[in-house]
Structure formats: C-alpha cells, structure tokens
Design a protein around this ligand. Sequence first.
Ligand code: TRP
Length: 504
Amino acid sequence: MSEERSSIHGEWSTSLAFILAAAGSTVGLGNIWKFPYIVGTYGGGAFIMVYLLCIAIIGIPIMMSEAMLGRRGRQSPYNSMKIIAMEEGRSGWWAWLGGIGALSGFLILSYYSVVGGQVAAYVFRALSGEFNSQSAEGIRSIYEDFRANPEVLLAWHTIFMVITLIVVSRGVRAGLERAIRILMPVLIVLLVLLMGYGMNSDGFQNSMSFLFHIDFSSLVFEKDKLGNFVFDTSGSRIFTMKGILTAMGHAFFTLSLGLGAIMIYGSYLKREVSIAGTVFLIVILDTVIAILAGLVVFPIVFEYGLNPSAGPSLIFESLPIAFGAMPFGELIGFSFFLLLLFAAWTSAISLVEPVVTWMIERHNMTRVQASVWTGIAIWMIGIFSVFSASGTTLRRLVNTTSDYFKLAVPDMNGRFFNLTAFDLVDALVTLFLLPMGGLFIVVFAGWRMRSASTRDELNLRKDWMYNTWRFMVRYVTPIALLVVFIFGLVAWIGKHFVTRAVIT
Ligand code: TRP
C-alpha cells in the first residue's frame, strides 16, 4: 500500500517546502491582476462575499482532496489517479482527469504568459520614470500605446514563456522555493505599504464602501463595459449569473485547483505532514494577498475617477498613477512589478508542469523535449491573445469599440460571439474545465474511494475533522458546484433570447 510506495520524485522533509511550492503556485496574477478587476466588474462587496464562500465550501475541500490524492498516488496526476483507481477497484478512466488537467494548464498559460509579459515590460517602464506625474489619461495612453503593438507584446510573451520553460525543462525548483521564502513576505510588506498610501488618499472612503457594501444586483444582472445595467425591451434588467459563476471559477483559479497542480505538489509530501493544516495556511495566505491587492487598487481607482469595471487593464491603468505620484515611485513601482513578475513566474511553472509530465509519460519524451514542444505549442496559442490584446487587424475588420483583448467575431446582432480570444479561453477554462476537474476530484475522493483509504491518507487529528471533510466532498461541494453550473448555464442561455433595449 501507499506506505511502501515511495515518491518517484523524492520527498520533502518538512511541510515548509510544500507550503512554499504551493504558495508559489497559488499566489500569482490571479491575486493581483485578476481579482481586483473581477471585483470591479461585478460590483464589489457581494462578489467578495460569494468568492469567500466558494473558497470555504469548494476550494478548501478540493485542495485537501488534491493534496491527498497526490500523496497517495505519488506520481503524476494521470498515473496517480490510475493507481488509486485500481487500488480502489474503480475504472482506469479516472486517469483521464490528468488529461483534462493538462489541457486546462495548457490553455491558461497561453494567456497567462501574455499578461505575465506585460508585467515584465512594466518592470522596466516603472524604473524608467515614465509614469512620473502623469495624469490618469497619460497613464492610460501609455498603456494603450504599449498594447497597440503586437510585436512588442509578442516579444514579451516569448520572453515570459522562455523563462518559464527553462525552469521546467531542467526540473529545478529548489532554488525558486528558497526565493519564495524571502520574496513572498516582501510582496506582502510592499502591498501593506501601498495600502497605507491608499488609506491617506481621497479615494479611500469610496473604495471601502465599494469593497464592503453588499449589493447582489451586480452579481446577477447583465452590465455593460461601463458598469451600467443593461435592460431588455420591456425595461427590466437582464438576469445572468455570470458574477456568481466568475466568483466560483476564480476560487479554482486563484487556488490552482482542478488541474492537478496541487496533486503534483502533494505527491512530494511526507506522510507525517498535516494536509489540513498546510492547506488552511495556503488558503489564508492566498486570500489575504488578494484582499490586500483590492485595498491597494481601489483607492487609486476612486481617487482618479477610473472605471472600476475597466476589465483586465485595471491594474495597468491604476497602479502606475500612484507610482508616478509617490516619492521614490520609480523604485517602488519597479519592485512591485518585479515581485509580481516573480509570482506570475512561479505560478506559470505550476501550470505547465502537469502538461510536461503528461507529455513525458504519455508520449515517451525526455523532459527537455517535452518542455520545448509544450512551450512552442502554448506560445503559438498565446499569439491569439497577443493579437486580441493589441486589437489590430481584426478590429479594423469589424466595427467594435476598442476593448481589451478584442477579437470580435460578429453574429447577426453583433453580440453572442462578440468575445475576445482571451475572454473565450479564460471562460472556457475557469468557468468550465477547472470546476469540472474539481467536481471529478471530489466525486472520486468522496464516493469512489473507500472511507478507510481517505481517512488513512488524510490522517486528520480528530474524527470530527475527517467527518466534516467527508460530508463536504460527498454532498456540499459537489452540490454547490452543480447548482452554480446549472443556474449559470440556464441564465447564460436565457440571456441570449432576450432582446436588449439600445441605450444611448
Ligand atoms: N493560482 C495562480 C494565480 O492565481 C494561477 C495558477 C497556477 C493556476 N497554477 C494553476 C490556476 C493551476 C489553476 C490551476 O495566478
């Protein structure tokens, strides 16, 4: 049984190494780039509340299950699932969870890397003093000029992919984990300092009421890019569950769940280490960093009258204004973007790791070959996001207003397919593939594994802890996932049958 099966990768002696690796994976662009802009889009407090709820009832049980499965299987997600399924007398098809996971990681990295590249560019822009004493308009046009150049975006996307794949191809992470130990606290300190800066600004009051005011209408009704509600011809607001679906999807994204990344790290974990304790620590760390990022970004947004629902460009349009206005702004901005780049890098590594192990095992490649081919393929898919970011070529073909990552494919009435490449891939993965992977994981852990096995592997200190976990993964988590899924789907389909009133 699992006691005799030692990890093919060797083991971590303490829980610290696991915590560092998992923190490197979970803390990334999701916390600092994505969280603020989706909070802004879906109206603040109510979104944060639903998000926290999803973290608690979906995120934590799934993360514990993933780490548990990884530690029990001690292999790549595909082989771990295969071995455990066999031990439990279940179908070998469960191994395909590893396949879905590899696909999700592949797709996420294709745009993650484009954004990571933009962060890399901003490291140098911050240092150059370009942001000094710029108005909000100035910062915005700096950003627009930057992203209007597909060549430049492509170059940065390439650089980001290369630095990621170098680490993965050599299979070295030990050095990175030592760096995470130092850089993660530095990132938190810097965020706290920036938050302190925001507290003294005029936007602070407004940002507090935005972040903590609970109003569910933004979560369930359709809004346009300016944050105004959209009405149908009968004058009522259009029901969508996009906000709730997004909150759930983001719980997966920010905690690196649903594709086997945590399973891989779990496979290095020693048996003595408490899975529950480490998982709670990681979840708290990740959540605190996201909330801090919100507290840094929104005072700037409100002080300078920016649009909170600006979308993916939000941090690039807000933070540089503050860096340009504060003393030592070049240095602070430089450090901030550098730390963010590092966080994005360690996350990207964990996104590509499942793909690479999949290639090594399934296609009999060496690690270097697998990394090169995977890297090239992801890089190529990323080009779609580059072009939709720069909005060139295609924008001239269709008359759409300039939106971030616009790759508009018009339908009869100019919507429905009016998604960007980024929107499309992001929605496919975070709203569908990751939750799907998560659902399979909890169903397997809760219903297909014997309770003796999960009890033994989780090795929780108290009986009630185990019983709570098991009740969660059997009932609460899968039902919550299904409810959000089904309602989201129904609302999404329904939304396309209503005719919108045109408001000018
Ligand atoms: N969690 C990372 C972030 O917040 C992104 C990420 C890394 C991820 N590995 C993952 C998302 C695995 C889903 C699955 O930026």
